[in-house]
Design a protein around this ligand. Structure first.
Ligand SMILES: [Zn+2]
Length: 459
């Protein structure tokens, strides 16, 4: 009788427990590969560089995590030491993944760290670099190689899916500075820095069922522009990943870029500073990993949309002529190209298909936006959906800067002239911030998220 009662009690205790454990069990597949160019190629991000890369500070990487939830739904996240995935490459990769695995775009995130010490890719900021035919050919063949490499990495990660548990939390690191509101030479003596910021360090811990660390996914919203040298590197995110992989041997550290369109690491420009920021970020992640993190139930909800983001009317012929005569550098080249295209009768698009995406992994919300998103968007989303939310930018397509309404009104680089650097036909139409945030709200509703979302029972 006693043993029957004990068995009953055990059953009573064990069934719900194993059921609860199952709800927390994801399957995760990981893969990574060095993507450092083997030939001296042009480096992306700065128009002022005058020669191809001449050295390597550390290797560039592409890293892939495939996730599978309890229902068998699969997602893939690619992070990489590049300026960003250009639209055409991203579209081709996502089409291929749809054909091969049946994944729709909502299940795929292609994030670039936005390092300014990586290679130029095809169909991305092409006009700003002085590329000769030899360099153009290198850019083309490297881009094709990278695209194939990413697909192979996804295949490898998909083949090594194994049980894992995930947990998440935000940390903090404070080297990000609002670059529109602060001047580098003044910041050492300032008692308070100006302008909106977001010092969050979103961290996801991936462990096997025995609690061994398999991978660390972390982000930060800050331009990887410490370095403008001629040696390949992932800039501070590269150093942060190296540091974490040293701290936790055998794990894979993956960095994603946040809404850093108006945020710089300041001061900058030396290799020791890039290492310092890398170590600072790694230390912030280390602290989060050592504190309590919230376990993520193995449920994945995803939504994706491309919204028509309207351009402001293009400048008139008179205005373009004036720009071509009075401006220099990229603005002059842009105005001349626009004038030529006008005389050729080329019609420019009046809007851009702007990608937005929402993931909910267990309790964790992840907002994911294309382009060089300014930090106001991250702050607005966190205010609406909770400070625990993660915000990724520079994902799936990097077509230009995404200024907040205030920055668009103010103009300057992020609000106006950067759109010409990107070769867009004009700047964005007024109302951009509301348009994007409203569309993200609608997307969130598609997966039953409400403003100021709290985790529902069983999630
Ligand atoms: Zn940028």
């Amino acid at each position: 009788m006693k043993s029957i009662l004990l068995c009953t009690l055990l059953l009573f205790c064990m069934v719900p427990k194993s059921h609860a454990q199952n709800d927390m069990t994801w399957r995760i597949g990981l893969s990574k590969s060095v993507i450092t160019p083997e030939t001296p190629m042009w480096m992306a991000g700065y128009a002022a560089r005058t020669t191809p890369a001449t050295g390597v500070y550390h290797d560039l990487w592409a890293k892939v995590m495939v996730l599978e939830d309890q229902s068998g739904k699969q997602l893939v996240l690619v992070t990489s030491d590049i300026l960003g995935f250009p639209k055409k490459m991203s579209d081709r990769i996502r089409r291929k993944l749809l054909e091969t695995y049946g994944w729709n775009p909502s299940q795929i995130i292609l994030n670039g760290s936005h390092t300014h010490s990586g290679p130029v890719l095809e169909e991305a900021l092409y006009d700003i670099y002085p590329l000769d035919t030899e360099q153009l050919a290198l850019v083309k063949s490297y881009s094709q190689w990278l695209e194939q490499r990413v697909l192979t990495l996804v295949e490898e990660a998909h083949q090594n899916l194994r049980p894992a548990k995930l947990s998440s939390a935000n940390g903090v690191a404070r080297f990000q500075v609002n670059r529109r509101e602060n001047v580098e030479r003044d910041i050492a003596s300032k008692t308070a820095l100006a302008g909106p910021i977001d010092h969050a360090v979103p961290v996801t811990k991936i462990e096997d069922q025995a609690g061994n660390l398999l991978a660390i996914l972390f982000g930060y919203a800050c331009h990887p522009t410490v370095l403008d040298h001629y040696s390949w590197s992932g800039d501070y995110p590269g150093f942060a990943q190296i540091e974490l992989e040293k701290l936790y041997p055998g794990t894979m550290a993956m960095f994603f870029q946040g809404a850093s369109g108006d945020q710089n690491p300041i001061p900058r420009r030396t290799l020791p500073l890039a290492k310092q920021y890398g170590k600072t970020l790694a230390a912030a992640v280390e602290r989060v990993l050592e504190e309590e993190m919230q376990p993520m139930a193995a449920t994945a909800k995803t939504a994706y949309a491309e919204i028509d983001l309207p351009f402001a009317p293009a400048p008139s012929q008179t205005e373009l002529t004036r720009m071509a005569n009075e401006q220099s550098g990229y603005l002059k080249r842009w105005a001349e190209r626009m004038l030529t295209e006008q005389t050729q009768g080329i019609q420019h698009p009046t809007s851009y298909p702007y990608p937005i995406q929402v993931w909910q992994l267990g309790h964790q919300l992840i907002f994911n936006l294309g382009g060089e998103v300014t930090v106001a968007y991250a702050n607005a989303l966190k205010q609406t959906f909770g400070q625990d939310s993660f915000v990724m930018a520079y994902s799936n397509d990097v077509m230009g800067y995404i200024p907040s309404e205030i920055i668009l009104e103010e103009g300057g680089y992020e609000g106006y002239s950067s759109q010409m650097v990107y070769g867009l036909p004009s700047t964005w139409e007024k109302g951009i911030e509301e348009r994007i945030l409203t569309a993200i709200g609608q997307l969130a509703e598609e997966i039953d998220l409400r403003p100021l979302h709290l985790p529902t029972e069983g999630n």
